[in-house]
Design a protein around this ligand. Structure first.
Ligand code: GNR
Ligand code: NI
Length: 167
């Protein structure tokens, strides 16, 4: 069991496209376990394997207040999207940065559990945001990619300022 270190922007490893998981073994269990530990310890609501330097299609989410509603998706695919919503997003790979992002309101996802058993999962609202945010990470995409050039520039400037202040 361990808390893994989280890759921060602009590290190029955040741009790697994750590969599908092919072996549903104890190594996968270990990874998922460590991802939950890392996410809870960083007080995040989700984490993609890409963020801990494992380019495999694994994501974990827990949006609940008391950290009791774990959702693990392996090899997830969005089968259906419906509507739109705007939500103020943050990201553990962009500490202290937030921005409004437009995404689908509802998603229907096909995924596997850690045993390799496939299932369908439907979500809407904030949970659907988190699923889409994590699935983007697995494709090498991050939330600032959705911002206008001006808003992105402002956010990056703010990040740079913060980085200098803490250096
Ligand atoms: O902890 C997180 N909070 C969050 C808030 C709004 C929308 C998305 C997220 S995901 C983020 C954790 C993270 O970076 N996952 O990749
Ligand atoms: Ni993120």
């Amino acid at each position: 069991m361990s808390v893994l270190s989280i890759i921060e922007f602009p590290d190029s490893r955040l741009r790697i496209k994750a590969s599908p998981v092919t072996r549903f073994d104890s190594e996968l269990d270990q990874l998922v376990h460590n991802m939950y530990q890392t996410m809870y310890s960083a007080q995040g609501v989700g984490l993609a394997a890409t963020q801990v330097n494992v380019p495999q299609q694994v994501l974990v989410i827990d949006m609940s207040e008391n950290r009791s509603e774990a959702l693990t998706l392996v090899n997830a695919r969005i089968a259906q999207r419906e509507g739109t919503q705007v939500y103020k997003e943050g990201c553990l790979s962009f500490p202290g940065m937030y921005a409004q992002v437009t995404r689908a309101l509802k998603v229907k996802v096909e995924a596997c559990d850690t045993r390799g058993k496939s299932f369908v999962y439907q979500a809407e609202g904030p949970l659907a945001v988190a699923i889409q945010h994590e699935m983007d990470h697995l494709e090498g995409k991050v939330f600032i990619d959705y911002l206008s050039p001006l808003k992105r520039a402002m956010l990056l400037k703010r990040m740079e300022k913060q980085r200098k202040a803490s250096a």
